[in-house]
Design a protein around this ligand. Structure first.
Ligand code: ZN
Length: 319
């Protein structure tokens, strides 16, 4: 009798333990019956949410002000990925941690690279070189992942998102298409606004100095020169500059006669403050670069982030 009871409790424990474990790990963001969608970083997450509307649930891995270059996933991120049907990623080396997380979580989520089909630019070597000076870092060049700073690229990404959601959830395809159409109209208007706003800034004033090499696509599209970046890399993983490199950058900033340089929301502004002081220029309010701002901030959506950045840049650099 006692033996049978014991065996039964053991059986209950064996059956219940994994259920409890699963229950404890379950991501409560998901509603029953809705497509489960992951997005790797907040900027992309906002584009995905605009297309998903109420028809799918979206979980974002690297949140506001978070740095996707240096992100370290938690077990909860693994659970979200394991439960997702689709995961949207930037690609181009932006989420170096995703391959490992996807396999370790045994996720079956379909991976969709939203930059597929875009023309990529190579990150430039922004060491402070004198004109004509040869640099020896050719092998350090890598493709630049920061496509979203050109609104035209965001428009492309929204098309990829729309098609992938429609394929993953055919009954809601008309909703995704209608949401995308409405949002694309807003992005077209945003793109036109950026062009108009930048046109007020004379070409010789279009010079950027930022924490890391994040504005390459913006610069190429709107005819800006990237004078230099504190971290001479398309990733914030790069170590702080040596004092010699820093001194050269101070000279470049002085020589370029820029009125202001720019800090970023994903990077500590300490060295940018020093750079501004030593070069005798203004440090403009931080730009939203690789992440949106906190909810309620001026950069809590993609649209607001772009409007904020362009307004700050044009104001800070105008003659
Ligand atoms: Zn970056």
């Amino acid at each position: 009798m006692r033996g049978r009871l014991w065996r039964m409790s053991l059986l209950v424990a064996i059956v219940a333990a994994p259920l409890l474990l699963l229950g404890g790990c379950y991501n409560s963001a998901w509603r029953p019956g809705k497509l489960r969608v992951g997005a790797t970083y907040s900027v992309l997450g906002d584009l995905v949410k605009n297309v998903a509307g109420d028809s799918a649930d979206v979980v974002i891995l690297v949140g506001p002000n978070g740095d996707a270059h240096t992100f370290e996933p938690t077990p909860k991120d693994g659970v979200s990925l394991a439960e997702a049907d689709v995961i949207f990623e930037n690609g181009v080396g932006f989420e170096a941690w995703l391959d490992k997380l996807h396999s370790s979580s045994k996720s079956k989520a379909k991976r969709v690279v939203v930059t597929e089909g875009l023309e990529l630019r190579e990150g430039e070597c922004h060491h402070a070189h004198k004109p004509g000076e040869k640099h020896e870092h050719k092998d350090e060049h890598e493709d630049d992942p920061h496509v979203w700073h050109d609104v035209k690229n965001a428009i492309h990404m929204v098309g990829v998102i729309r098609d992938a959601l429609a394929e993953a959830d055919p009954p809601n395809a008309p909703k995704y298409k209608a949401n995308a159409d409405a949002y694309l109209a807003k992005l077209q208007a945003l793109d036109a606004w950026v062009v108009e706003k930048v046109a007020t800034l004379p070409k010789q004033n279009r010079k950027l100095v930022t924490s890391h090499d994040t504005f390459g696509y913006f610069a190429a599209r709107h005819d800006f020169d990237v004078v230099g970046t504190l971290l001479t890399s398309v990733s914030t993983e790069a170590s702080d500059p040596s004092s010699a490199t820093f001194a050269k950058l101070v000279e470049s900033v002085k020589a370029a006669r820029v009125p202001a340089i720019f800090a970023e929301n994903v990077h500590n502004p300490r060295l940018m403050e020093r750079l501004a002081k030593e070069a005798g220029v203004k440090l403009a309010p931080p730009l939203f670069t690789d992440a949106l701002g906190q909810p309620g901030s001026e950069g809590d959506t993609y649209e607001k982030m772009i409007r904020h950045n362009v307004t700050v840049i044009v104001e800070a650099l105008k003659p």
